[in-house]
Design a protein around this ligand. Structure first.
Ligand SMILES: NC(=O)c1ccc[n+]([C@@H]2O[C@H](COP(=O)([O-])OP(=O)(O)OC[C@H]3O[C@@H](n4cnc5c(N)ncnc54)[C@H](O)[C@@H]3O)[C@@H](O)[C@H]2O)c1
Length: 253
């Protein structure tokens, strides 16, 4: 296997792995030799993902887990350490969008759920992954932010708030733990055709959304996951604190 993408023996924990980016990333890492602890709030679906991956011969454990609960995030790391001895890779991917609406219509319940899942969920994941990585003297964390974490997102202000916070956690973590050889980066996709988008936007709406991108189309999940793999590559050893847009050119405008 090309050493750039050889994850043999690496242990990865991935949240939100029942579908979308998390599921595809789990499959791609397993194909390249990683051992996995995957979790999702959708228990049956994440168990099914694990079953399919383990049928290929890879080692994978699935947990039902709500990232807004600190103890659930702790349990993921404990499970990885108990079964596989370490955590090389932490991917804090679970997240939720909210209905598009103007900022002045966003109520407290939307603010609370965005903060609980998209912000606290990432920090809870990071804190337990980092505690383990400090004992190992190395590790790589990838947080999933968004284009909405880099710029204003019309009618998506609570989501944008949360995804900006993910960038704050990513950059600060990189600065705090660089000396400990823990790399912490974030990926910032534009609209991509995972269930988060396809379950809520029909083809006409998707067409409208794609007009914002110079490439005039939305992202494919495999295009985002390809960059996630590259950012997590064991050969990518000097990159930390970066928040990389994968956006069909949106941020270049
Ligand atoms: N698809 C896009 O257009 C897009 C763009 C930018 C960023 N993102 C981000 O990418 C990440 C993955 O999203 P996706 O596009 O694959 O969407 P998705 O909805 O297909 O997958 C998200 C997964 O997270 C899980 N989840 C939700 N709340 C959870 C919780 N409290 N605890 C544990 N798991 C939970 C869901 O059950 C689901 O399986 C999210 O953080 C999302 O905000 C998506």
């Amino acid at each position: 296997m090309d050493p750039l993408l050889d994850f043999t023996g690496k242990v990865a924990v991935i949240t939100g792995a029942a579908q979308g980016f998390g599921k595809l990333l789990a499959e791609e890492l397993a194909k390249r030799g990683a051992k996995l602890v995957i979790s999702d709030i959708k228990d049956d679906a994440v168990q099914a993902v694990a079953k399919a991956i383990s049928a290929t011969g890879a080692e994978v454990i699935a947990l039902a887990s709500d990232v807004s609960k600190n103890d659930d995030c702790k349990a993921m790391v404990e499970t990885a350490v108990k079964n596989f001895g370490r955590v090389d890779i932490g991917v804090n991917n679970a997240g939720v969008a909210h209905e598009f609406m103007p900022l002045h219509d966003i109520d407290e319940s939307i603010m609370d759920s965005q903060f609980a899942i998209n912000v606290k969920g990432v920090q809870f994941g990071m804190r337990h992954q980092i505690q383990q990585m400090l004992t190992q003297g190395e590790g790589a964390i990838l947080n999933v932010s968004s284009m909405a974490g880099l710029n204003g997102a019309a009618r998506g202000s609570a989501y944008a708030m949360a995804k900006h916070a993910v960038i704050g956690l990513t950059k600060t973590g990189a600065v705090e733990y660089g000396r400990n050889n823990i790399r912490i980066n974030a990926i910032c996709p534009f609209f991509t055709l995972t269930p988060m988008v396809t379950n809520f936007a029909d083809e006409v709406q998707q067409q409208k959304m794609s007009r914002g991108a110079p490439m005039h189309r939305l992202g494919e999940p495999k295009e985002i996951v390809a960059m996630m793999l590259m950012m997590l590559s064991p050969a990518n050893t000097y990159m930390t604190g970066q928040c990389i847009a994968i956006d069909g050119g949106v941020s270049a405008q």
